[in-house]
Design a protein around this ligand. Structure first.
Ligand SMILES: [Zn+2]
Length: 308
């Protein structure tokens, strides 16, 4: 297996207010843990400059212009109660999209079997016309549509194990059966969506987890809901919305996973990608707010991506 890692210094320059959980130190913690010699074989690459036009694959032009206009020249601008932008946020968001799209190119053009994109801001809460939940644009949704337009992928699956429901991804693909969206998440919890009854065009599979559940319920949801849906769909590409805030140390939620669970889930998706997608697997960082929990979880996830 060749596993590529995309990072970029610009991701540290999306500045959030003091005390905000979605902070540059998250990426520093990931960089530190992946510095270990266990990850020497990672194919490290700097994220390319993103193509702004691809934002329109998932968001209308007027909305994109509105976000651009909200970027401040100095200081921090508030977009909603918990979503903010600093002067370099636009460039960070566009580079995150560039990295995700490049990862799609890499797996379709066989430069890598799988890719992990360590970028911020995250994306899965961004709806068609709303930035929210620390997210400006929906990077995973754009990458899915990019795979369809550029590489002719007919079916793309997005598996979202962030502890929060990816309301944005669900919104964007609600009536688009060419994209399967599967999510495990705590419920009730922000943003409030993600009930089992929300099924879109039959392409939305929500597996809500009650607060204070852990490994057993998560793995059961994966085995009984997510994996059967994936096997039935037979995707040409699997994208992971890889949030690590279901880790037991995380301060924003109450699901008690360990890094072993992320190792296990990664293994399940690698096998699934082997069955259906020619191994093509692209993983995009979403949440994860306890620095140690995040670092250990990313190490387990990337280690498994490399092992295959
Ligand atoms: Zn989250």
């Amino acid at each position: 297996m060749v596993t590529r890692l995309y990072t970029h210094p610009i991701f540290l320059e999306h500045i959030t207010p003091p005390g905000h959980p979605e902070r540059p130190d998250r990426l520093r913690a990931i960089e530190r843990v992946l510095d270990d010699e266990a990850f020497a074989a990672l194919d490290r690459a700097e994220a390319p400059e993103g193509d702004e036009a691809t934002i329109l694959y998932a968001h209308p032009e007027q909305f994109v212009a509105r976000v651009r206009a909200a970027i401040p020249d100095t200081g921090i601008a508030r977009i909603d109660a918990d979503t903010t932008a600093s002067p370099k946020s636009w460039q960070a968001a566009v580079t995150a999209i560039g990295a995700a799209n490049a990862a799609v190119d890499d797996v379709f053009e066989r430069r890598a079997d799988n890719v992990f994109v360590a970028a911020r801001p995250p994306g899965h809460h961004a709806e068609k016309t709303t930035s929210m939940g620390f997210c400006l644009f929906n990077t995973a949704a754009i990458a899915a549509r990019y795979a369809q337009r550029k590489h002719g992928a007919e079916r793309v699956a997005i598996v979202d194990w962030d502890v929060h429901h990816g309301n944005g991804t669900q919104d964007i693909f609600w009536d688009d059966p060419s994209v399967l969206y599967c999510s495990t998440h705590q419920m009730p919890l922000y943003p409030g969506t993600g009930a089992r009854s929300e099924t879109g065009a039959g392409n939305i599979v929500n597996a809500p987890l009650a607060p204070r559940t852990g490994s057993d319920m998560f793995r059961d949801a994966f085995l009984s809901r997510v994996l059967p849906a994936l096997d039935n769909f037979a995707p040409d590409l699997i994208i992971i919305s890889a949030g690590f805030d279901a880790h037991h140390r995380d301060p924003l939620a109450e699901i008690n996973l360990t890094e072993d669970d992320f190792d296990w889930a990664t293994g399940q998706l690698i096998e699934c990608a082997g069955r259906h997608s020619g191994n093509r697997l692209v993983s995009l960082l979403e949440g994860g707010y306890d620095l140690q929990g995040l670092a250990f979880s990313v190490a387990a996830h990337v280690g498994r991506l490399m092992k295959g």
